[in-house]
Design a protein around this ligand. Sequence first.
Ligand SMILES: CC(C)(COP(=O)(O)OP(=O)(O)OC[C@H]1O[C@@H](n2cnc3c(N)ncnc32)[C@H](O)[C@@H]1OP(=O)(O)O)[C@@H](O)C(=O)NCCC(=O)NCCS
Length: 179
Amino acid sequence: MTKDFVKGERIVLRPTSRQDLSFLQGLWNDGEVMRYVGYPQGLGIDGQGAWRWFQLLEEHRYRDRDRQHWIVENESGRPIGEAFYKLEQDYCGYKASKMAGIDLKLARKFWGRGYASDALRTLVRYLFTQGFRVLVVSPSLANEAALTLYDRLGFEPKHRFWAEETKAEHQVWALTNTL
Ligand SMILES: CC(C)(COP(=O)(O)OP(=O)(O)OC[C@H]1O[C@@H](n2cnc3c(N)ncnc32)[C@H](O)[C@@H]1OP(=O)(O)O)[C@@H](O)C(=O)NCCC(=O)NCCS
């Protein structure tokens, strides 16, 4: 397996490449996937928009080394979602050192099968190994699947805040490496 790949129990995180853009376009244009992040009709991104996004990602991940974006693959080697982290000092008002904001989205047909728990566990283990001390997420309070997931993995609820983008109340959840 390539060295940049991060292996979970059933999933693998592999750095996103240009060939993944049509998969990501499909993921982001699905309103069911995007509804709690403020796009209930989907993002409506086209090929050019996805390409521009990828160029920015490449610029940051090789120049600043403050983030990574992966495709989540299942045991059949099929892309089933995306995972992301970015170094943060102040995340929606929550401040900590050695902190990463993370995000996870799976395509709808792969929900409810334990892939997200596996992917999140893998991401957490990887980032703690990389020296991050605090991992944070900020789901909408209406996003029950996400809240269940973060709770299951031991994240703790912190402050709530109103997000203009989604016109909904969100909550910061944090997981601290106590080792
Ligand atoms: C948030 C999201 C990733 C959660 O995915 P999920 O499929 O609910 O989470 P999991 O993959 O861990 O699946 C858990 C469910 O699978 C079941 N499951 C089936 N087989 C399993 C297995 N082998 N191992 C573990 N769980 C299994 C669990 O019992 C659980 O069901 P339950 O919730 O009814 O108890 C997904 O809903 C999503 O992509 N949403 C859209 C994007 C989004 O909102 N992201 C969060 C932004 S903050």
